[in-house]
Design a protein around this ligand. Structure first.
Ligand code: SF4
Length: 403
């Protein structure tokens, strides 16, 4: 008999299939007959498979083979989009891509991105993320992310902030609390900041998160009026009342920044209501209003407000409501740090191997040494060897063209 247990996987069976859910966000289906070909099996609990008449080692090897095969067809449970699982044995480095892994721009803020995907569909989303997204998603094994981050933090060798700023909602990553606890334990990590829409936080989760005294939570709140809030969030089920409760409770337990995005024509009237709400809380969080900016890859529902107009509006509101709204660079404590060398530069031609699809349709990610390279207009063909001309190398984020 063999017993295989997996913390990050949950199992259930249907008539013909074994359905495997990874980190609560994506799943894949294996025909039962292929699993039974290993040996007759049962599920002793959601995370454990028990195979009859086979030894542990054989069952483990054979089942790993099936997992590898069917993880190529992982699908996002929210959207049905394809998901790539990046783990220690995936052969995909965590530096090189702007959407997942580690982004280090030579400053004391390192961005980490363990997941892509969002449960909202905001009208102004700068990366067009959310329930209507058709992009490929990524999810990263927590241990792999921590291992690679530790190497970078050691290299930088001075206190840093880790910013969890994902293309989507970070708390969809079911290992998020564990990830934050691991970051909290890292000596040279001074601050951990996270951007969230707050929809899947609750009091219990906040109580657990509050054990990490380095954590700062940046919460979105774009309107107080329920209908306006739903319109901006792009989903009918968005519950601004819940998000307000989350903000109120979290502010009493953690450092919180409330971060509305001002989108002309959508929430101009709501700004003052947000200010009044923030001022009414038992512990007042910081309010950091952001100006909506148009992005090539974003949903662009309105016009940008000029910076001049934006800052004079903030000044006016500051005076009227006696509240600080203009946050300065010093508020974020950012400084330049050691440069990370680039293994190749713009114009170089490098040999690489295609490993997985990139975010957009008809684009792939190739790997060369310890970096990944995005290749637009490149059909995904797993393990194909290619030559790539590097077209962008800024901050160790690489984009290339097939040659
Ligand atoms: S919550 Fe953030 S990532 Fe999600 S759709 Fe809105 S802006 Fe985009």
């Amino acid at each position: 008999m063999a017993e295989l247990s997996f913390e990050t996987l949950t199992f259930r069976t249907t008539k013909d299939e074994l359905v495997i859910t990874l980190l609560n966000i994506c799943n894949t289906k294996i025909p039962k007959e292929e699993v039974e070909a290993i040996a007759p099996f049962t599920l002793s609990d959601n995370h454990t498979m028990v195979f009859d008449k086979i030894d542990q080692e054989k069952a483990s090897t054979k089942f790993s083979f099936l997992l590898t095969k069917y993880f190529d067809s992982l699908k996002n449970i929210l959207t049905g989009n394809k998901v790539t699982y990046i783990h220690r044995n995936s052969g995909i480095p965590l530096i090189g891509n702007v959407a997942f892994g580690i982004v280090y721009r030579g400053s004391s803020i390192i961005e980490i991105k363990p997941v892509t995907s969002c449960n909202l569909d905001c009208v102004y989303c700068s990366i067009s993320e959310g329930l209507s997204s058709k992009k490929n998603d990524f999810i990263i094994e927590k241990e792999y992310l921590i291992e690679e981050l530790e190497k970078l933090v050691k290299f930088i060798d001075e206190p840093v902030e880790i910013h969890i700023g994902v293309q989507g909602e970070p708390f969809l990553y079911s290992d998020m609390e564990g990830l934050i606890a691991d970051l909290q334990a890292m000596e040279n990590v001074r601050t951990i900041s996270i951007d969230t829409n707050g929809t899947i936080l609750n009091k219990d989760k906040i109580d657990r998160l509050a054990k990490n005294n380095k954590l700062q939570v940046n919460l979105s709140l774009d309107a107080i009026n329920e209908e306006e809030a739903r319109k901006i969030a792009g989903v009918k089920t968005y519950n601004v009342k819940h998000v307000k409760e989350v903000i109120s409770y979290a502010s009493q337990k953690l450092k919180v920044i409330v971060a509305p995005v001002l989108v002309q024509g959508f929430n101009d009237e709501e700004l003052e209501e947000i200010i009044k709400f923030v001022k009414s809380l038992p512990v007042q969080p910081i309010l950091g209003i952001q100006n909506f900016l148009r992005y090539k890859t974003g949903r662009n529902p309105g016009k940008e407000m000029s910076w001049e107009k934006f800052y004079s509006l903030l000044e006016e509101l500051e005076k009227k409501h006696q509240i600080k709204l203009k946050l300065q660079k010093e508020d974020f404590n950012i400084k330049e740090t050691k440069e990370l060398s680039k293994p190749f530069k713009e114009g170089d031609i490098v040999k690489a191997v295609i490993k997985c699809p990139d975010r957009f349709p008809n684009s792939s990610i190739a790997v060369s040494g310890e970096r990944s390279i995005s290749i637009p207009n490149c059909q995904f063909k797993k393990d194909k060897k290619v030559s790539v001309k590097i077209a962008r190398d800024k901050h160790n984020i690489f984009v290339g063209k097939l040659v």
